[in-house]
Design a protein around this ligand. Structure first.
Ligand code: MN
Length: 503
């Protein structure tokens, strides 16, 4: 099942220059750390953190004579990710050495994939804030090793090296240059992160560095199809920073072109504090790295059974879930896309909308309570859905109490607040605190009669044409019933008794 696509063009992101309008062309390379116990070519722990150099095997330290051994789980994770990106899985792929010097790269080369990556072309569907969808092409996904970390703040005159990260498996996911605005780049990263988390192949924690983006940016006059020189902004580690980096980098390009100069292809760094990018180094070409097939590793070869075996274990992914929520619960594309970002949140919504007794509740009402009310509570308290003080079952019961007129929408807000504070079930709260809505005509009429009998002068005024006083009567009756009378019924019965309604 595919999410419905919207053909209306995106509201264009246009940079207005002195010589005309410019559009921005964006491609992203995302390094995603593979969820696995051990590293890509050694048995050392791939866990984040730990004392410096405590997760380092002789292979990771590149001791003489050490040989890499491929970690099957990492390969499976890469294939799983490729399938989740609706991508072509290459049944034969090859590891290559990418040669360059880094102080924290003891081998003197990175084992990566070059001409034959494990995953080929695929697609990511973006869910835009206006409810529309766009497709962004995936160029490839290849596996490679991470490098270690240089630490320059441990000693006044020396730099230290921590090799814990050296050799950890990464997936480099390369998009096509299909994005045209910072918003689309942000939506792409969020969607990619969501898919990786559903698949369980990357935890997506950008602040811990498990997902880092290299952002390729160029600009061109609106209407042109040329690709001008691009710059790569390296290692940006939050969605917000990626969007900011694109904005400032694109503006810089426009300024250069309009001044009659040329943009130089180079690698740049984004400085969020100053809101600018700075040149880091001239961009290398692929041939600078002297790639060649790694003679220590055999090519990876998969048969159909291997790939299909992994496909059989894929969960329902966000796009399919979104389409199902729209279809089954009548949700808007926007609400559905918000609810499916996180698998546990989607499950929570479904448990609310689909009662445990199999009785389906109104989907839009359930979505409103989850998105507007519950997510609001969780945000305010900094809680995840797993820590929600209100269970899905109880939120569902609350919706039932409104639907069957046990309580009014107004009282429901109060009941919800009590649920947040106490974690109690709504029916119990309503029962114990006597919050049931009074819809019994006799009880409401009795309250009206009492108020009218106590205020004969005001009754006369209303009957004499001072209808404004009716509001005061409604207030008195509500007071008599502790706010539990159904306000619509109070109004109607009052008008009847005052003789203001045709019988
Ligand atoms: Mn890379």
């Amino acid at each position: 099942m595919d999410a419905p696509m919207d053909d209306t063009p995106a509201p264009a992101y246009v940079i207005r220059g002195d010589t005309g309008d410019w559009e921005v062309v964006i491609g992203l390379e995302v390094h995603a750390q593979v969820v696995s116990q051990a590293k890509l070519f050694s048995g050392a722990s791939a866990t984040f953190g730990g004392a410096p150099n405590s997760h380092v095997s002789l292979v990771d330290a590149a001791m003489p004579g050490m040989l890499p051994v491929i970690n099957r789980v990492c390969v499976e994770q890469a294939v799983r990710t490729g399938l989740g990106l609706r991508a072509h899985i290459n049944h034969r792929s090859v590891f290559a050495r990418k040669n360059y010097f880094y102080a924290d790269l003891p081998q003197g080369y990175q084992i990566s994939q070059y001409e034959l990556p494990v995953v080929g072309e695929g697609t990511v569907i973006l869910d835009m804030p206006d409810g529309s969808s766009r497709a962004v092409g995936i160029e490839r996904l290849h596996m490679e090793q991470d490098a270690g970390k240089s630490m320059h703040d441990q000693h006044p005159t020396k730099s230290f090296i921590d090799l814990n990260r050296a050799g950890v498996a990464l997936m480099e996911i390369v998009s096509k240059p299909d994005m045209r605005s910072p918003e689309e780049a942000g939506a792409y990263l969020r969607k990619l992160r969501s898919i990786l988390r559903y698949l369980g192949t990357c935890d997506g924690n950008m602040e811990e560095g498990s997902m880092r983006a290299d952002v390729n940016v160029s600009v061109r006059p609106v209407g042109s199809t040329e690709l001008r020189t691009r710059c790569e902004v390296k290692n940006v580690n939050s969605v917000r920073f990626v969007m900011q980096a694109i904005e400032v980098e694109a503006a810089r390009h426009v300024e250069i072109w309009e001044a009659g100069r040329e943009v130089t292809q180079e690698t740049r760094l984004f400085d969020p504090g100053r809101g600018e990018t700075r040149s880091m180094r001239g961009k290398e070409e692929a041939h600078d790295y002297r790639y060649f097939p790694d003679p220590d590793l055999l090519p990876l070869e998969f048969d159909d059974a291997f790939v299909e075996g992994i496909r059989a274990t894929l969960p329902e992914l966000p796009d399919d879930k979104k389409a199902r929520f729209i279809q089954d619960f009548g949700l808007t594309p926007y609400d559905a896309s918000v609810l499916v970002v996180d698998r546990r949140e989607a499950d929570f919504f479904e448990a609310v909308a689909q009662g445990s007794d199999g009785r389906r509740r109104d989907g839009k009402t359930a979505a409103n309570w989850v998105i507007s009310t519950l997510f609001g509570t969780l945000n305010k308290r900094g809680l995840g859905i797993d820590e929600s003080p209100v269970s899905a079952e109880n939120l569902g019961k609350l919706i039932d109490l409104i639907a069957d007129d046990t309580i009014s929408g107004r009282i429901a807000k109060d009941v919800y607040e009590i649920m947040v504070e106490t974690g109690e079930a709504p029916d119990r709260i309503v029962e114990e605190r006597g919050l049931k809505q009074v819809t019994d005509t006799g009880a409401i009429e009795a309250a009206i009669d009492a108020v009218m009998a106590a205020n004969p002068d005001k009754v006369e005024q209303v009957r004499g044409g001072k209808e404004k006083l009716l509001g005061w009567f409604v207030g008195q009756v509500m007071k008599q019933t502790q706010g539990k009378a159904n306000p619509g019924m109070v109004n109607e019965l009052l008008r009847k008794k005052m003789g203001l309604l045709d019988a």
